[in-house]
Design a protein around this ligand. Structure first.
Ligand code: NAP
Length: 370
């Protein structure tokens, strides 16, 4: 579905509450305005392709501030796999070109229009939807396109809050009724989603079985995930070994499996599900389809679902999103939810960050610091 059509649907459903079309947010940053206040720097792509080839740093005229708009200085923005896919043109929603990269980040409000009552200069905000184009120094957009977050949480937590922790939170909450002591299995456990899952599951009293790819520094990564609250960390290879039986003497079989990889990895984690359990696919890092053993369907009645946080946000609206963000911020403030392992990169060095973001086994999220 085209990005514009998706946005129009969202606006149609919400009416005037959400007039800030995502594509228009993009458009407005790229259009010069007579009333412009200044200039901003942005990572722009004019055609789809490999990010390192098609993205360039450009100086743009700042957009005009309308009555219901805010102007925010973007402080930090991550490079997520979906951002890369959007630039490549392979993501299911795409902005009109030219476009500014990035969908997530945190900004500080600098200025507000005359009708803005819920935000003031100094507040921290994150985008409420995909499509803002966060790889830039300044953004102007309708107030309903932003969610306020406390400005005393760590910058990296705020910059990475809107996508991965929300995805983890929803998948742990919406598919199975889990009680303390139950277990969850997940692959890509060292991903941003995986690290958030470990911590939110821990806060819910759940045990996590965390699957990662083998690597030379396996022990270091295992220790890092255990320090977040992981109960078990195993490799993809171990999933197929008899030791798994020993593991399930210590921890109940999971009712929920979270799949960010696809291919064989997904097949192997779903084999370990409890009867009637659910596997939720949210990512496909291996770019391979999932094979489901017939026995898992017939004898174990496994449920196979998907989840997309962008759709959840469109379906549930600003207030429920704000409620979830508040709960996640409470966890951050209680020291129970840390940012994923991050590598801070100066905005001007965006090429280094883009390169690292597409390198396997890097185990750290690249964050552009504006
Ligand atoms: N559906 C949704 O709403 C939603 C929301 C957020 C994210 N996502 C998706 O979830 C996935 C993870 O996102 P993220 O931001 O958490 O990622 P991330 O922090 O950048 O981490 C990427 C993860 O993918 C793993 N990986 C990369 N290539 C792989 C391969 N060929 N086979 C197996 N694993 C591989 C990496 O493991 P190594 O360390 O072994 O390389 C790492 O664990 C992406 O596909 C993203 O688009 C979906």
């Amino acid at each position: 579905m085209a990005f514009r059509r998706l946005c129009e649907r969202a606006v149609g459903r919400r009416g005037p509450r959400h007039p800030g079309l995502l594509t228009r947010l993009q458009d407005r940053a790229l259009v010069s305005s007579a009333a412009a206040r200044g200039r901003c720097e942005a990572l722009v792509y004019r055609k789809h392709g490999e990010p390192l080839r098609v993205i360039q740093l450009e100086t743009l005229q700042s957009a005009e501030l309308r009555d219901s708009d805010i102007r925010a200085q973007i402080l930090a923005a991550p490079i997520n796999p979906s951002d890369i896919n959007m630039v490549q043109g392979t993501y299911p929603i795409l902005p009109d070109l030219p476009a500014i990269g990035g969908n997530e980040g945190v900004g500080q409000v600098m200025d507000v229009g005359s009708k803005v009552t819920n935000l003031k200069p100094g507040d921290w905000v994150i985008p409420s939807d995909a499509g803002l184009g966060t790889w830039r120094t300044e953004a102007v957009g309708n107030m309903n396109g932003f969610i306020k977050v406390p400005n005393n949480i760590p910058l990296l937590c705020a910059a990475t809050l809107g996508v991965n922790p929300c995805t983890a939170y929803r998948m742990l909450s919406d598919f199975e009724t889990l009680k303390p002591g139950d277990s969850v299995i997940q692959n890509a456990a060292n991903s941003g989603v995986g690290q958030a899952t470990i911590q939110i599951a821990k806060a819910m009293g759940l045990k996590t079985i965390n699957v990662i790819r083998n690597r030379p520094d396996l022990q270091q990564l295992t220790d890092s995930l255990m320090s977040l609250g992981a109960d078990y960390v195993i490799t993809e290879e171990a999933l197929r070994k008899p030791e798994m039986k020993e593991l399930f003497k210590k921890v109940p079989r999971p009712r929920l499996a979270l799949n960010g990889v696809g291919g064989k990895s997904a097949t192997e984690i779903l084999r370990h599900l409890e009867k009637g359990g659910t596997i939720v696919t949210y990512g496909g890092m291996a770019k391979q389809p999932i094979t489901v053993p017939v026995s898992a369907l017939i004898f174990n009645n496994v449920k196979i679902c998907g989840f997309w946080v962008t759709q959840w946000k469109l379906d549930h609206g600003h207030d429920l999103l704000q409620e979830m963000i508040t709960q996640l911020c409470n966890l951050i403030q209680a020291g129970m939810l840390r940012a994923p392992v991050c590598n801070k990169v100066n905005f001007q060095d965006y090429q280094t960050a883009l390169k690292a973001a597409t390198t396997p086994f890097i185990s750290s999220k690249q964050i552009l610091i504006m």
